[in-house]
Design a protein around this ligand. Structure first.
Ligand code: ADP
Ligand code: MG
Length: 679
């Protein structure tokens, strides 16, 4: 149970389940103190009533609690049977969670809830640690507090020799860190705030330092030892395409990047390169040319996309481009039929198929290449080092890897998640693009917005109207979308106007058809959820309206906005929102209105969302620090990076006496196998 829910396998793992916060029972907020500015609140209140409402997917428990200052609503969407057992009208609870507003009323969704009885101090600690748990574990009696007891029981048995120091003495001294053992003690049972802070400093530094060291080791090993396939000639495919079929003149930045890649792939070392380029900067054509370079040198090439829609879009673009020079391209995704799949696998293994496009399906073990020379990974966020490593095992000499990203990555993130890569950037948009005008409007101004859309449609343009649909199963969002669609139809009735609608619950065929109608200009308006976030390219679309903007993250908004402004026409992005906005939402909207620079937006996004969300949504293993935060701990990250770089400069193979324990640690720690294989 612990294994499945928290990935706790060993005692060591349990010790590394650090408390995620400490209850300070003296700090309780009054309900009346909650404002739109409030992020988190801890409330002591009595349960007034509760009820299960809604059907199936939308089923939830709604409860009312009150303290002497007012009422607050609590909502649960999951673990309903467990929550029901915990709730008892008239009982007092200590309630903690993130405050959100619904219809102007504050509420907490999935609060932490604890029956408020006389405080029961755990150990002698002045701060009571609170441990993460899951609804399932709670249902089996393993709540946060029980995990705490287990951990502290274990901590009582652990001795210094069980938790040996792993950092070199010189580093420990330089940064004035407490020992590893001491840190474990003090994080689980802090006697004073100072002890707690020392422990946090030590653990955070270790996390960041080890991660930096690993990245640096990977990069330097690759530079020193890796063998790479050699692309030393530019042949007929590349030249024919470049001279006769290039659909436009390349920008300076595109040319430079292609040159960087050509240099890199000709040296006999494996290339591992991150290519950053904002939405619409033209990364696809770079990928095409690089793949032609590969096949000119008799190697196969593979392009991977994170979603089926994006893979299909690439497949379409590339098949039509490459048909001109008679290079066959095939698509491999989870939904490719067995017979076709078998054929593709055979052609790949025999080497007759040179270019493969696909989703994650291409990294499955059954997919074997004859002589894979390069892998290009588009929109890489969901691809970590481990997945890339899996690709490398597909050939005796590891193929070159080019990772392309449209969501610019802030420097701190880049050096953490992709510190093992070399780096190129397309910092120039294709000519003729006009800046997109972005404005914020309240829902009360909707009819004016619709008038504006009508005027653009009358000029021959097309418009997107995007609704949030966070989860396929979010019934409320779905109803909202349907209602929105009816509403748009009211403004734009047939037969003068035609509307496409695309959402995640449609069968793939219907989705395709509706997209195609919009692409072919059979419809003027596309009502959609974020399924179109990546993928569609309709240069004639000049308006992007985003409904309930407050529900979207910044980088998502930036991606959505990137769907317009792709042609020569002036484009607009209209951010619609409710009238009451939380602090974060206000800042996100402000940022969008003020800048279209993807790098600035990425920095702001990271700052606003914090590492929690990044870990949650990106699930990139390299960012999974238990305590450190690449946002809040930026200064420490810089230090860790510098210390790691210096250490490896002085002792690249970690052979000095002081560094030996570090080396041992790196080799024994989880994931060590994959790391050493990579080098
Ligand atoms: P992204 O970097 O977002 O993947 P794409 O490769 O999809 O961008 O290119 C965006 C659009 O710009 C496409 O319609 C593409 O054909 C066009 N494009 C790319 N490079 C150029 C260029 N050098 N000149 C003109 N148009 C270009
Ligand atoms: Mg792209």
């Amino acid at each position: 149970m612990l294994k499945k829910e928290l990935a706790v396998f060993t005692f060591g793992d349990l010790l590394e389940q650090y408390p995620f916060r400490y209850v300070d029972r003296t700090k309780v907020n009054l309900i009346s103190e909650i404002t739109y500015e409030t992020d988190f609140a801890q409330i002591a209140a009595v349960l007034v009533n509760f009820d299960t409402v809604g059907q199936r997917g939308g089923k939830r428990i709604v409860a009312q609690v009150k303290d002497k200052s007012g009422f607050l609503e609590l909502t649960w969407f999951q673990g309903l049977s467990w929550v029901e057992k915990l709730l008892e009208v008239g009982q007092s609870y200590l309630i903690y969670g993130r405050v959100t507003f619904y219809n102007g009323q504050p509420q907490i969704v999935h609060p932490e809830l604890e029956v408020l009885s006389a405080p029961q101090p755990l150990g002698k600690s002045f701060l009571e640690p609170v441990y993460s748990t899951t609804e399932k574990l709670k249902a089996r009696g393993l709540g946060g507090r029980q995990i705490g007891k287990l951990t502290q029981l274990l901590m009582g048995m652990v001795q210094e020799k069980d938790v040996p120091e792993n950092l070199p003495q010189s580093v420990v001294e330089q940064l004035q860190l407490i020992s590893r053992f001491q840190a474990y003690r003090q994080i689980h049972l802090p006697q004073t705030t100072d002890e707690y802070e020392e422990a946090v400093k030590r653990i955070k530094f270790e996390e960041l330092f080890i991660a930096q060291l690993r990245m640096n080791l990977l990069r330097s090993h690759r530079h020193r030892f890796s063998k790479g396939v050699v692309f030393d000639k530019v042949g007929d495919f590349f030249n024919d395409f470049f001279k006769n079929h290039l659909p436009f003149e390349l920008t300076g930045a595109q040319k430079r990047v292609i040159k960087e890649i050509r240099n890199d792939t000709a040296k006999g070392k494996q290339m591992n390169r991150l290519l950053q380029g904002d939405v619409g900067s033209g990364k696809t054509i770079v990928a095409v040319l690089v793949m032609l370079l590969a096949i000119d040198n008799n190697y196969q090439a593979c392009l991977m996309a994170p979603t089926e829609i994006l893979a299909q879009q690439h497949f379409k673009t590339l098949s039509s481009l490459l048909a001109k020079i008679n290079v066959p391209v095939k698509l491999l995704t989870g939904s490719v039929k067995v017979a076709e799949r078998r054929k593709i696998l055979k052609e790949l293994e025999e080497g007759t198929l040179k270019i493969l496009i696909g989703t994650h399906a291409v990294i499955e073990d059954v997919v074997k290449f004859n002589n894979l020379g390069i892998v290009i990974i588009d929109e890489q966020h969901r691809f970590g080092v481990a997945q890339r490593a899996k690709l490398w095992q597909k050939a005796s000499i590891p193929p070159h890897v080019l990772v392309m990203t449209a969501t610019p990555i802030p420097r701190t993130l880049a050096m953490t998640a992709y510190g093992d890569l070399d780096y190129s950037v397309i910092d120039e948009l294709p000519p003729g693009r006009q800046p997109i005008t972005t404005v914020h409007r309240y829902e009360s101004q909707r009819s004016k917005v619709m008038d504006f859309i009508r005027a653009e449609i009358d000029k021959g343009r097309q418009a997107y109207i995007i609704f949030p649909l966070i989860e396929e199963s979010a019934t409320l969002d779905y109803e909202n979308l349907m209602q929105g669609y009816e509403n748009v139809k009211g403004y734009f009735p047939e037969p003068n106007f035609w509307i496409s609608m695309v959402h995640g619950r449609q069968p793939a065929g219907q989705k395709e058809l509706n997209m195609k109608r919009f692409v072919d200009y059979d419809t003027q308006i596309m009502v959609s959820t974020t399924v179109i976030e990546v993928g569609v390219d309709v240069p004639n679309a000049s308006v992007m309206v985003i409904e309930s903007t407050e529900k979207f993250g910044l980088s998502q908004l930036h991606q959505l906005r990137g769907r317009v402004g792709r042609g020569a026409e002036k484009s607009y992005c209209i951010l619609l929102s409710g009238s009451k906005l939380g602090n974060d939402a206000r800042q996100r909207i402000k940022t969008m209105v003020e800048t279209s620079n993807g790098f600035e937006i990425a920095e702001k996004d990271l700052e606003l969302r914090g590492p929690g969300d990044i870990q949650g949504t990106r699930q990139s293993g390299e960012l999974n620090f238990k305590l450190a935060s690449i946002v809040q701990d930026r200064p420490m990250l810089e230090i860790a990076r510098n210390v790691a770089a210096k250490l490896l400069d002085d002792d690249p193979d970690l052979v000095s006496a002081d560094n030996l324990r570090l080396k041992t640690f790196l080799n024994h720690k989880k994931g060590a196998v994959a790391w050493s294989k990579i080098s």
